[in-house]
Design a protein around this ligand. Structure first.
Ligand code: LMR
Length: 334
């Protein structure tokens, strides 16, 4: 983010080591600077040092002052054998504390929430916002772009394509892999190109043809293989790291990519469309991950799902999401 040309000021906040990291990155000869808030887009980054302690609220509040975009990767990562939901008890409290600061100091900021379990932490944040009377759900975005990035990479590998040319939307949420099909839902719209072409005529244009690039078809076996791989991407990394943490580098890559899209939306660029877990009316659930159009006020337009290759997966995903969302909401209501 220090290298991002759209970032003019970067605030870092953590429970430990933030001054050292700030000093370190302040030597980079890029455009954005430490605490100078002179120009347009501001940005605050919460570093995750994997330490649980009481936040020093005044420091948190000063880190959030005059900020346009807040990125929250705070919290603990999972270890082999754990589900994302196993992180709930620790990460829920951390997210609540940070969100209380946001609701008080910069309620108009766009927030990119990464802390797991995202399907529960986003509802937690929304409830804190409601309590503070500053709820603008369009600005609260759960980051699910890692699923899309994985889908692009894995589909490209199976089809022998360059991943930079592939764009596969993943919808639903970002949940554990041991609940089948909940974790992202692979949309092979173009499994049947004719159906997709027909659907394009009746759906919003951007919703379909624009979503899956380039046009390709997959066999049922390939679709199943890829769906499973995409859903298990996080666990693959957690197991390979054997207790030394979870995804950090590909998550950082994804975070920067998604934040850049949000900054472009904030700047007023047209046609910035990405997948995110957000308050939504696309299904009967209050939150759902789909493609949205990003703009000055966050998720300005939320796109419909369009035709899916597998409705059963969607129903399973909704069941799991219902319980994840309920858990987050009741944590605050209690
Ligand atoms: C991921 O998908 O890589 C992250 O949610 C981290 C994890 O625990 O899987």
């Amino acid at each position: 983010m220090k290298m991002n040309p759209l970032v003019s000021v970067l605030h870092l906040y953590d429970v430990v080591n933030a001054p050292g990291v700030t000093a370190d990155i302040s030597h980079m000869d890029t455009g954005c600077c430490g605490m100078n808030s002179s120009s347009n887009l501001l940005f605050s980054l919460f570093l995750d040092k994997n330490v649980i302690t009481i936040y020093k609220i005044p420091q948190l509040e000063s880190a959030l002052m005059s900020i346009d975009l807040v990125i929250i990767p705070a919290g603990v990562p999972r270890k082999p054998g754990m589900t994302r939901d196993d992180l709930f008890n620790i990460n829920a409290g951390i997210v609540r504390t940070i969100y209380e600061g946001i609701a008080k100091v910069c309620p108009k900021a766009i927030v990119n929430l990464i802390s797991n379990p995202v399907n529960s932490t986003v509802p937690i944040a929304a409830e804190v916002f409601k309590k503070g009377g500053t709820c603008d759900p369009k600005r609260l975005l759960g980051v699910t772009m890692l699923d899309v990035v994985r889908a692009n990479t894995f589909v490209a590998e199976v089809l022998g394509l360059d991943p930079r040319e592939v764009d596969v939307p993943v919808v639903g949420g970002h949940a554990e892999v041991d609940v089948p099909v909940v974790r992202g839902f692979f949309l092979s719209y173009l499994q049947n190109k004719w159906a997709a072409a027909q659907a394009c005529k009746i759906q919003k244009t951007v919703c379909l043809c624009m979503q899956v690039k380039p046009p390709y078809s997959l066999t049922k076996e390939e679709t199943e293989y890829l769906t499973n791989w995409i859903q298990n991407g996080g666990t693959e990394v957690v197991e390979a790291k054997a207790g030394a943490g979870s995804t950090t580098l590909s998550m950082a890559y994804t975070t920067v990519k998604f934040a850049y899209a949000c900054l472009r939306g904030l700047r007023g660029d047209a046609g910035v469309v990405e997948c995110t877990f957000v308050a939504s009316e696309v299904t009967e659930l209050p939150f759902f991950a789909t493609k949205v159009q990003l703009g000055r006020s966050g998720a300005e337009e939320i796109y419909q799902l369009g035709p899916l290759n597998e409705r059963i997966g969607l129903e399973k995903a909704k069941m799991e999401l219902t319980s994840n969302i309920h858990k987050g909401v009741s944590f605050i209501k209690k």
